[in-house]
Design a protein around this ligand. Sequence first.
Ligand SMILES: [Ca+2]
Ligand SMILES: [Ca+2]
Ligand SMILES: [Ca+2]
Ligand SMILES: [Ca+2]
Length: 333
Amino acid sequence: MKLKGIWYAIVLLVLFSSCGDDDPDAPEAIPPRLLSEVSAEDEAEIMAFLSSHTFNYEDFQSASGNDLPRIVFDTLAGESAGKISILDINSENIPGMQLVTETFTVASSDFGRDDGEEVDLTLYILIARQGVVTDSMPTIGDNAVLRYEGQLLNGTLFDASTAQPVLFNLSAVVKGFGNGVEYFQKGSGPSENGDGTISYTDYGVGAIFMPSGLGYFVSPPQGSGIPAYSSLIFKIDLFDYEPDTDFDGDGIPSIQEDINNDGDLNNDNTDRETEPFTVFLANYNDTDDDGDGIPTREEILIDGEIQKDTNGLVLFPDTDGDGIPDHLDNDLE
Ligand SMILES: [Ca+2]
Ligand SMILES: [Ca+2]
Ligand SMILES: [Ca+2]
Ligand SMILES: [Ca+2]
């Protein structure tokens, strides 16, 4: 299903990407701290949260339909003292649920730093409901229809979408968010409710726990209420997504424009050296990726057509055989 034909509010709110190139002249009000130092603190903080908190998993076990429970965290105390911590949840002690982790190597240069640091950061994803299983999963290059709620580890809510599903470009939000959504399946739907609203059934429900290096790090959006260097939690309901979204319409699914394959589409900009200082168009957002004046859409044609392999990946011509596909190669005569 193409999502573009359906009306959704495009509400980016505070979820847009934290990019070190946004405003290089802005004064640095927050003291710079090393990514490695902050990351170690974040990891300890997240582990402490996961091991000391549980959630309302009982509510999910028999739930179905279009109004699944929302995740509610609770400390392992009082009535919840005997419950399973989020850290210990797996599909054996609670069927259908799991806590999965994925590790990303993040460079401090992604935040505009020049100290050359690289750190491995762990993203934790609590899957309360997987969604309707299909043969594909969303990627960070896709548009997704979802609902979310963002909070700090101390419980402070900083942002939430409205009750109605909103459309997000997962490559334009913080890295931990899009990469967490990749673990969920969509629901069935949409169906019209008869009052101008829509709903989905049996959608994916979960929560994403991210260190600040997978969030906003030193540059949270102004006015968001998020302090610099904050670990973040997002509760999400994934309703739908558009497989193989092609954000710039150049014929290449956006996920295939993650050239360095690091789960971040914002640090792949083949013609960065030749782009004007004020313009930074990452490849997923650039219709002429190598800046040679020939649109990418024309440079990927083989025998006049876009051709794909058996996995649905676009095949790229390499006319001069130098290992660089034509659309990323500006030295072709
Ligand atoms: Ca990348
Ligand atoms: Ca570019
Ligand atoms: Ca492109
Ligand atoms: Ca070229």
